[in-house]
Ligand binder design. Structure first.
Ligand code: SF4
Length: 420
C-alpha cells in the first residue's frame, strides 16, 4: 500500500493532537485518564504504547490513527464510507468535532461568525494541527455552507504549505420523479474510484467492497436495535447517542464491537420514562441536556437526527458493485434536509414517524444558522401544534455546550407540561 509519509508515532499524535490544542499538562491528562504521570510521559515520548479502554476520554481519532495507514476526512454526512474503507482509506466523518477543538482562531480567518457551528468547527479542525493527521478530504454538494468549504480549505492549506488531496463528487439534487439521474450517479462513483486510485495508489476489489458493505449493514442494524431498546426503556438515549457519536471516528469492525457491548450490557435509564418524545435536528442536544431530558421522565421513542437515525436507518442491498450500491443509497436513503431532492418525501416520513411512535411531544435540537433545518421546521412546528403535539424548540451554537442551564430549565418545564 502506498503511503504519503511514515505514520506519526502514537505519542507524537497524542501530544500534538490532544494535549497541545487542549493545553493539557502531563499531570492533568494523567488525572483525567486515571493513570500515573509517568505512564503519560512514557507514551508521549514513545517509550510505551497506549492501552486505554473506550470509556476513557482520548479522542477516537487519535486511536484510529494508531491503526490506519490513511485517514480520509469526510464532509458532509452520508459520504460513501464503504467505498473508502474497502479501498484502504479509513473514513472519518468530520462531524461532532467540538471535543477536539479549543478555539476557532483558524476558522475565523476564513468563515463568517454567522455560519453554523458544524462548518466553523470543521474548518478549524482541518486547518489546525489536528488536520495534519488526515491524508485527504472528501466532499460533495449538500448544503450551501458545505459547498463553499473545499475552496476555503484548499486556500488555508496552501497558505500553510500543506498538501491535502480533496476528492469530490456531485450528487444530483433534482427531484428523482422528474429527472432520471441514475447514469449520472453511476458515472460519479466510477470517477471517484479512479480518483482514489490516482491520489492514493490504491486499487478496487469487488469482493472487498461486498465484505465492507456487509459490515456497515451489520453496524446499522445494531444501531436500529439499540434505538428500539431506547424506545422500550431498556437503554438510555444518552448512552446510545454517546456511542453513536464517538463511533463516527472508528473503523466499522470496532463500531460493531462497541455497539454489541452496549446492547449486551445496556445502561438502562435510572427511572421509568413515561412521556414519549421524538428528537429532531442535525445533532442530538449536548449530553447534559439529554441527561435532563431523561431525568425529567421523557423517553426518546424516535429520532430524526442527521448523525443518528437519518444516518443508520437505511442500508442498500449488499452487492459487489459500488455503482449499483450508491445508486440505491442516494435514491432511497432516509430523507434529510441537507439533500434537496428529498424535500418532497421528508415531511411525509417525519409525520409517519410521529404517528407510528405515538409521540406526545417533539424536541427540536436546532443548529444555529442552519438554514436547511430552519426553513423546514416552522412548517413542521405549526403542523404538530395543529395535531395537539407540543414542541420544545432548542437552538444550539458553537459555544453553548457549557452554558446549558437555561436549556435544562426549559426541558423540565416541557416535561411538566406534558405531564399535565
Ligand atoms: S446542513 Fe446545516 S448544520 Fe449542516 S453544515 Fe449545512 S448549514 Fe451547517
Amino acid at each position: 500500500m502506498h503511503k504519503t509519509s511514515p505514520p506519526p508515532q502514537p505519542g507524537t499524535v497524542l501530544k500534538n493532537l490532544y494535549m497541545k490544542p487542549s493545553k493539557l499538562s502531563t499531570t492533568n491528562l494523567a488525572k483525567q485518564l486515571n493513570v500515573t504521570p509517568k505512564t503519560i510521559s512514557d507514551v508521549i515520548n514513545n517509550r510505551a504504547r497506549i492501552t486505554l479502554d473506550h470509556n476513557q476520554k482520548l479522542p477516537s481519532l487519535f486511536k484510529n490513527k494508531q491503526k490506519a495507514d490513511l485517514l480520509i476526512g469526510c464532509t458532509p454526512l452520508y459520504p460513501p464510507v464503504e467505498l473508502f474503507a474497502a479501498m484502504g482509506l479509513q473514513p472519518v466523518v468530520l462531524w461532532n468535532l467540538k471535543s477536539l477543538i479549543t478555539n476557532l482562531n483558524e476558522a475565523d480567518l476564513y468563515v463568517q461568525s454567522y455560519t453554523c457551528g458544524i462548518a466553523r468547527e470543521l474548518v478549524q479542525f482541518i486547518l489546525s494541527d489536528s488536520g495534519k493527521f488526515l491524508d485527504g478530504i472528501f466532499t460533495y454538494n449538500a448544503c450551501d455552507t458545505i459547498r463553499n468549504l473545499p475552496e476555503i480549505i484548499a486556500a488555508g492549506n496552501q497558505k500553510k504549505k500543506r498538501k491535502l488531496p480533496i476528492l469530490r463528487m456531485h450528487v444530483p439534487q433534482a427531484n428523482r420523479a422528474y429527472t432520471n439521474s441514475n447514469q449520472y450517479i453511476k458515472d460519479q462513483i466510477a470517477s471517484l474510484i479512479e480518483n482514489i486510485q490516482t491520489a492514493f495508489n490504491l486499487s478496487f476489489s469487488g469482493l472487498q467492497f461486498e465484505q465492507t458493505v456487509s459490515a456497515y449493514q451489520k453496524m446499522r442494524e445494531l444501531c436500529v436495535k439499540a434505538e428500539r431498546m431506547v424506545a422500550e426503556n431498556a437503554l438510555s438515549f444518552r448512552a446510545f447517542s454517546n456511542k453513536v457519536l464517538s463511533n463516527s471516528f472508528l473503523p466499522v469492525d470496532e463500531q460493531i464491537q462497541r455497539l454489541n457491548q452496549l446492547i449486551t450490557n445496556p445502561a438502562a435509564p435510572q427511572n421509568v420514562l413515561d412521556r414519549r418524545v421524538m428528537i429532531s435536528g442535525i445533532m442530538p442536544p449536548p449530553q447534559n441536556v439529554i441527561r435532563s431530558i431523561e431525568e425529567s421522565g421523557l423517553r426518546v421513542v424516535a429520532n430524526d437526527i442527521a448523525v443518528m437515525g437519518r444516518s443508520y436507518s437505511y442500508s442498500p442491498q449488499i452487492t459487489a458493485d459500488p455503482q449499483e450500491y450508491y445508486l440505491d443509497f442516494f435514491n432511497n436513503r432516509f430523507p434529510c434536509t441537507t439533500l434537496l431532492y428529498q424535500t418532497d418525501v421528508r415531511l411525509k416520513t417525519f409525520f409517519q414517524m410521529v404517528e407510528k411512535s405515538h409521540v406526545e411531544g417533539v424536541i427540536f435540537s436546532g443548529e444555529k444558522f442552519c438554514e436547511y433545518e430552519y426553513l423546514e421546521f416552522p412548517y413542521i412546528e405549526q403542523k404538530l401544534k395543529d395535531m395537539g403535539i407540543p414542541v420544545l424548540n432548542l437552538e444550539f451554537s458553537v459555544d453553548d455546550s457549557q452554558n446549558v442551564e437555561s436549556y435544562i430549565t426549559r426541558v423540565h418545564a416541557f416535561s411538566e407540561m406534558l405531564n399535565k
